[in-house]
Design a binder for this molecule. Structure first.
Ligand SMILES: [Zn+2]
Length: 78
């Protein structure tokens, strides 16, 4: 299963979870404070979009070719 990185909106801690792709946008519990208000980060999406095009262009860490702005929550590639 792929690893997804999240950031807790309550305390700001970043953490990783191994979970099925279908579950990546579901609430992730922060290991530090227990909050379920977390944001899925984009790192995994970056790697995927890069391999799709074969290019090594960096997109600035804020977006990928297939999803909006700073969130890959709706990215079908993720
Ligand atoms: Zn937290």
């Amino acid at each position: 299963m792929p690893t997804y990185e999240y950031r807790c909106r309550a305390c700001g801690k970043r953490f990783e979870l191994i979970r099925p792709r279908a579950a990546r946008t579901q609430p992730a519990t922060c290991p530090a404070c227990g909050a379920e208000d977390s944001q899925l980060l984009v790192s995994a999406c970056h790697m995927r979009s890069r391999s799709d095009t074969g290019a090594t262009t960096r997109l600035g860490g804020s977006s990928c070719a297939s999803c909006r702005a700073t969130s890959c929550a709706s990215c079908s590639l993720g």
